[in-house]
Design a protein around this ligand. Structure first.
Ligand SMILES: *Cc1c(COP(=O)(O)O)cnc(C)c1O
Length: 341
């Protein structure tokens, strides 16, 4: 298979159109078999449910080339499961979880020429998504849906080395208790755009959202979960039913316990406790872990002891172990690495 002529190491995180995408339609109460198509455009009615009432959910995952030349994905079963939960919360039909995994494999295989080579630092980003496609004007769930998977090659996240982030405690709320913070829905992102644009204007990389009810506990950022390391070397991550259950974060907790022999737990983390932490990172598929160097709470600076030039030592070990598992240089727990080819 001839790879596309792409400067992999200098790719950013932007849309690059690939050759094939998977499309399946839900109509009259059932999903069709789905096809791979070369047509990158979606044609829907002007009154489609997604356009009027934002009935859409999505997933994000990556395909990698391993050290020994295989193409793999990481825990796609958890993406399938999470998408089912997201769909159910928005009254959308569930795309069968086994079919989801099959479709991911099919579309990655079809776009093999766009899967970046091992060592380039780049990966093929895989974006499954689903939306209400028939006309809806009275407020109710759509009757017809489209499930699609697009792929796009993305560059190395830490181009030119790791640079710890400066984040601010945000005055906007991300998710209400008993709301939709725990599902991967476009609506959670639409309402975060103003907060992130404003954060960037003020010179911050990201927003730290607090729990909306009491504004005393750490929740997450717009698109990544927090992971902290305490001064006695314990890995802790916020527990809340209004944060998105990150697959990266759940995997890192297991890596901490089973590979690094660390204590790790999910528990409520008061903002008040953050000043006593040794390390902080943001977890998600895009970067695995981005280190946080500084957190600013309305003028009060919390400088993490790991500093502004490198990852904290435990964050680094977690990062190296998980990326080693993903790239095939470290033995993965059963079922984590799913071979495409
Ligand atoms: C997707 C997402 C994450 C990260 O989840 P991963 O499964 O690790 O990629 C974290 N927070 C939010 C709000 C997200 O949408």
């Amino acid at each position: 298979m001839e790879k596309k002529n792409i400067d992999w190491a200098n790719l950013g995180f932007g849309y690059v159109q690939t050759d094939y995408r998977f499309v399946s339609n839900f109509k009259d109460g059932a999903w069709d078999d789905g096809i791979l198509t070369e047509d990158a455009n979606v044609v829907i009615n002007e009154c489609a449910g997604v356009l009027q009432y934002a009935q859409t959910v999505f997933e994000g995952m990556k395909a990698y080339t391993t050290q020994d030349g295989r193409i793999v994905t990481f825990r796609p079963d958890l993406n399938a499961e999470r998408m089912a939960q997201s769909a159910a919360r928005l009254e959308m039909p569930v795309f069968p979880q086994d079919k989801f995994i099959e479709a991911v494999i099919k579309v990655v295989k079809a776009n093999e020429a766009y899967v970046p080579p091992y060592g380039s630092g780049a990966t093929l980003y895989v974006r499954p998504y689903m939306f209400g496609s028939n006309p809806v004007i009275g407020v109710k769930p759509a009757d017809e849906y489209q499930f699609r998977i697009l792929t796009t090659p993305v560059g190395p996240y830490f181009k030119g080395g790791v640079k710890p982030l400066t984040i601010r405690v945000c005055d906007f709320d991300r998710a209400a208790p008993n709301g939709t913070g725990h599902i991967k829905a476009g609506l959670n992102y639409a309402m975060s755009l103003h907060a992130i644009v404003d954060a960037h204007k003020q010179g911050y990389d990201e927003n730290m959202y607090l729990d909306a009810a009491t504004r005393t506990y750490v929740e997450e950022t717009g698109g990544a979960n927090f992971l902290f390391v305490t001064r006695d070397g314990k890995v802790v991550t916020p527990k809340s039913n209004s944060i998105l259950p990150s697959i990266t974060r759940r995997s890192l907790i297991q890596v901490a316990q089973e590979y690094l022999g660390l204590e790790a737990e999910e528990r409520e983390i008061p903002l008040e406790e953050v000043k006593d932490m040794a390390e902080c990172g943001l977890c998600g598929t895009a970067a695995v872990i981005s280190p946080v160097g500084k957190i600013v709470d309305h003028g009060k600076e919390i400088c993490l002891p790991s500093g502004m030039t490198e990852m904290g030592p435990i964050t680094k070990k977690l990062y190296e172990t998980l990326t080693g598992i993903q790239m095939g240089s470290i033995k993965a727990p059963e079922g984590w690495v799913v071979e495409v080819k």
